[in-house]
Design a protein around this ligand. Sequence first.
Ligand SMILES: [Zn+2]
Length: 424
Amino acid sequence: MITEEQSRRILDAVDAAFDSQLAFTQELVRHPSLRTHEGSAQDLLHAAMAQRGLEMDRWELDPGELSAHQGFGPVTVSYEGVTNVVGTYRPAAEEGRSLILNGHVDVVPEGPYDAWSRSPWDAPIIDGWLYGRGAGDMKAGLTANLFAFDAVRTAGLEPAGRIHFQSVVEEECTGNGSLAALLRGYRADAVIIPEPEEDMLVRANVGVLWFKVRVTGNPTHPREMGSGFNAIDAAYTAMTALREIEEKWNADRGSHPYFEKLEHPINFNFGGISGGDWPSSVPAWCEFDVRAAIYPGISADSAWAELEECLAGLSRGPEPIHAVPTRTGFYSEGYVLEPGSDAENLLEQTHRRVFDGDLASFTTPGYLDGRVFALYADTPALVYGPVSEAIHGFDERVSVESVRRITKSIALFIANWCGVKERS
Ligand SMILES: [Zn+2]
């Protein structure tokens, strides 16, 4: 472990630079990095990493290459101009353990603009909260990674291990960004992902499947409605059947470690729907989007087979329903962070030093890029980050003091994990 005096210097350095850290986070939030529009935010991060003397790598995601991997999520958009950015720090002599500091730059749509108290792309700080779409999820964390590293160096110390700063895309829809960084060859002895996790560590999380169900009908004039087949009515039947699978999977939570005590860990979300062509025509089609979740240890293929089988066997009265699912994004499996790793043990110590309390761990029923590292690179993935409110909702915000403490904890982690040398 580094000395108490070195720790003190690092913690002071986080405080000294904290105003500029917040200013950079605000600037990043002002770039609306919605899916396929991450470019300007990535430019900003690229410049910030290059300015720190990191060895820079920026590349466009290649769906062809990615699709050969089992963790690939099918893509419904063009990846032209959609890039990951990675900055690498290499010590003069690589003697310590290596580390990946990962974060995603993409954000989810802001929804009805009028429901926000102010623009989602303003980033004001009010009463200790930094607001804006992506403030918590996860531009505060992405920025914290860089400023934690700064603090170690400002303290006069040089990490003795290799560090990769990853700013990835596609975390909110496929997970292909972190997967692309893995396929690019980036590996390390541990990874930290400062997602908004309420100052806690993620112990386990679900896998996620995205798909669209297309239901076909038979259009007729409503005066002879009985001879038609209403695709929208049939879509309700299909949704009800999917809700039954959801409840069945939830009822099974007792046999999945870390999920036993959750009330409803498996959530199916109907995230979009459209259908029909005319109020006075029985609808010939209906499509709806689904996000489903699966437990760690359940393969995406087996879950998919069960969903397909469910939809294939539906009927309304004597009429079979034609409901065909197509994958549209996430096709990912969940993971468990097995307790007892050196990385977790160290994080417990740095957390306790900064927060003056024990590090709590918990199970989250949402997708995390941690699965890429845990499932495909056998790397301890520490998903650990600040207190937030309303992520994916209106008036998303992140707690400023929580960000400060998380940054301090990550800075101490970097120094102790990689080891440090005093700069001569
Ligand atoms: Zn996130």
